[in-house]
Design a protein around this ligand. Structure first.
Ligand code: HEC
Length: 118
C-alpha cells in the first residue's frame, strides 16, 4: 500500500540524518602530535622511535632509531625529511612525504620525535 512506502522513505531519511549527527562531532577535533605520530608514523618508527614498528621490521632499509639518526640534525632538516620524504634529505624513498601536513603539525612532530633522543 501507499502508506507502507511512505514509512520506508521516512525510515531511510531518518537513518541518513542520524548518521550525519553521529559523524559531525568527531571530525572537528585538533590532533596532538602524539596522535598524529601514532596514526602516521608509529607503524614504521615504533612507539618509542626505535624503528621497530610492525611495518618498520619488514621494510628495507629499516627506520633507524631516532636517538641515533636525529643526533646533530637541525629542526629544519627533520622538518624537510617529514614534509618531502626520504629523498628530500638524501635518504630512502621508503620514508614517505607528508606534504599535506600543516607547518604547525610538522613543527610539533619534530619536537615530539626529538624527545626520543634522550
Ligand atoms: C613506511 C614506513 C615509514 C613511515 C610510515 C614513516 N617513516 Fe620515517 N622513515 C622511514 C624509513 C625507512 C626511514 C629511513 C630512510 C633511510 O635511512 O634511508 C625514515 C626516516 C625518517 C626521518 C629521517 C631521520 C632518520 O631516522 O633517518 C625522519 C625525521 C622521519 N622518518 C620521520 C617520520 C615521521 C615524523 C613520520 C610520520 C609522520 C614517518 N617518518 C613515517 C620509514 C617510515
Amino acid at each position: 500500500m501507499e502508506c507502507r512506502k511512505w514509512l520506508l522513505d521516512a525510515l531511510i531519511v531518518g537513518a541518513f540524518a542520524a548518521s550525519l549527527v553521529v559523524v559531525i562531532p568527531g571530525s572537528s577535533h585538533a590532533q596532538s602530535a602524539k596522535d598524529t605520530y601514532a596514526k602516521l608514523c608509529e607503524s614504521c618508527h615504533g612507539a618509542n622511535g626505535k624503528g621497530d614498528g610492525p611495518v618498520g621490521k619488514l621494510i628495507n632499509p629499516h627506520p633507524t632509531d631516532f636517538a641515533v639518526s636525529l643526533k646533530g640534525k637541525s629542526d629544519d632538516w627533520i622538518a624537510k625529511a617529514i614534509k618531502g620524504g626520504g629523498p628530500a634529505v638524501g635518504e630512502s624513498d621508503v620514508m614517505p612525504a607528508y606534504g599535506d601536513l600543516s607547518d604547525q603539525q610538522i613543527k610539533e612532530l619534530v619536537d615530539y620525535i626529538k624527545k626520543f633522543n634522550a
